[in-house]
Design a protein around this ligand. Structure first.
Ligand code: PMP
Length: 395
């Protein structure tokens, strides 16, 4: 039988996301491949209490269809969380989404016609690249250094692509590099966006996962004209299985998002929204975040020390101040795809850096996730990957 797929479906390439999501389900494998939060730190008892309360107090409503924009008390709480980091908005400017992945997907539907240009960091979040590719967008990437996107390069790209629709940026502890966009560059990016009249898509799921240094205000904080679409998520600070994220943008933009969300899933899981909201009423979520950050700080430190101890001296790596990932750049002679295949044979999953480049051509980096593995297993896994790297250099 011939499957009469769309052109879009036929273009779809096998995704590394599937490797990540299934690797998480094999207990013996040491997986540094995903971006999974530590499951043992999910606040289980408090969640049981919150779920029980939701079912007892308003079970039928929680299980009924509900408004597309999301459960108002939860939207209010996201508003307060944004206010605490310097974003001024009102309730009509917030919509709950099914994870921030849906927020990115809806953004593609809303802004990208075939051939439209998106400007991204290089490298960037692979599932955002997947969205933009499925929209048949033209992806233009901008090199980064330790302070994020390089502004001179961004300006050059804007000059070359005056019709670009938006700049996609992950300002804090970027996926995959762990880098943070400096304060000056945040302001400069907004100025450039104004000058060249493009939107900014600020994807910030990791901002609260900071374990050293001082927080930097989001780009949205400086936005006075609704040029920044801000999105974040409960996945990293709470539990990704609940699939809850949010978008904050001007009302006219949110209205449009709602039209597309209605077609996608009508609304995000109402029960999950109420459980999350109830949890936040009954508990201080920031105490929970401090607890996970403390564990991630230790795991990150252990992994970083292992890079220095077990990896060849020719690798380079900067310790991130937050987030879930360490990015390791390998000598040019090493093919990171090969390392990830040999790593799997040795029982360790790592992601080859090429997945995060729009062109997929740069094959000498690895993204290592530290949040979902105990320090003991981090040490074991890093020793094994270290051996694979030394072996590869000897060939
Ligand atoms: N944006 C970035 C940069 C991410 O790393 C992720 C998840 N790894 C997401 C968005 C999507 O997260 P979620 O849908 O779970 O909120």
């Amino acid at each position: 039988m011939i499957h009469k797929f769309t052109k879009r479906a036929n273009q779809m390439k096998p995704s590394d996301m599937r490797i990540i999501l299934t690797a998480g389900e094999q207990p013996d494998l040491i997986s540094f491949a995903g971006g999974l939060p530590a499951a043992e730190l999910f606040p289980m008892e408090a969640l049981k209490k919150a779920s029980e309360a939701v079912l007892t107090e308003d079970g039928p409503v929680a299980l009924q269809y509900s408004p597309t924009e999301g459960y108002a008390p939860l939207r209010q709480k996201t508003l307060e969380r944004m206010e605490a980091i310097g974003i001024q908005a009102n309730l009509n400017q917030v919509m709950i989404t099914s994870g921030s992945q849906q927020a990115i997907d809806l953004t593609g539907r809303l802004f990208l016609d075939e051939g439209d240009t998106v400007i991204c960091e290089s490298p960037t979040y692979l599932a955002a690249l997947n969205v933009f590719n499925l929209c048949n967008a033209h992806i233009v990437d901008v090199e980064m250094d330790e302070n994020g996107m390089i502004m001179e390069m961004l300006e050059k790209r804007l000059q070359e692509n005056p019709q670009a629709k938006f700049i996609y940026t992950i300002p804090d502890f970027q996926n995959p590099t762990g880098r943070t966009l400096s304060l000056d560059r945040r302001k400069q990016m907004l100025e450039l966006a104004q000058q060249y009249d493009v939107l900014i898509l600020e994807d910030n799921p990791y901002g609260a996962i900071r374990f050293s240094g001082t927080p930097i205000p989001p780009i949205k904080h400086f936005d006075r004209e609704g040029r920044v679409i801000y999105m974040s998520s409960f996945s990293k600070i709470f539990a990704p299985g609940l699939r809850l994220g949010w978008i904050c943008a001007d009302e006219a933009i949110i209205e449009k998002y709602m039209g597309f969300k209605e077609s996608a899933d009508m609304h995000s899981d109402g029960f999950a929204q109420r459980i999350t909201s109830k949890y936040m009423e009954q508990n201080d979520i920031d105490v929970h975040i401090e607890k996970i950050n403390a564990a991630y700080r230790d795991r990150c430190q252990t992994m970083y020390e292992c890079v220095n101890q077990y990896f060849p001296e020719t690798v380079s790596c900067v310790k991130p101040a937050g987030g879930l990932f360490i990015w390791v750049e390998l000598p040019d002679t090493i093919d990171s795809r090969k390392i990830s295949i040999t790593g799997l044979e040795k029982g360790v999953a790592v992601l080859s850096g090429d997945a995060f480049f729009a062109t997929g051509s740069k094959r000498n980096a690895l993204r290592l996730n530290f949040s979902n593995t105990s320090e003991e297993r981090i040490i074991e896994g890093m020793k094994r990957i270290g051996e694979v790297l030394h072996q590869e250099l000897r060939i």
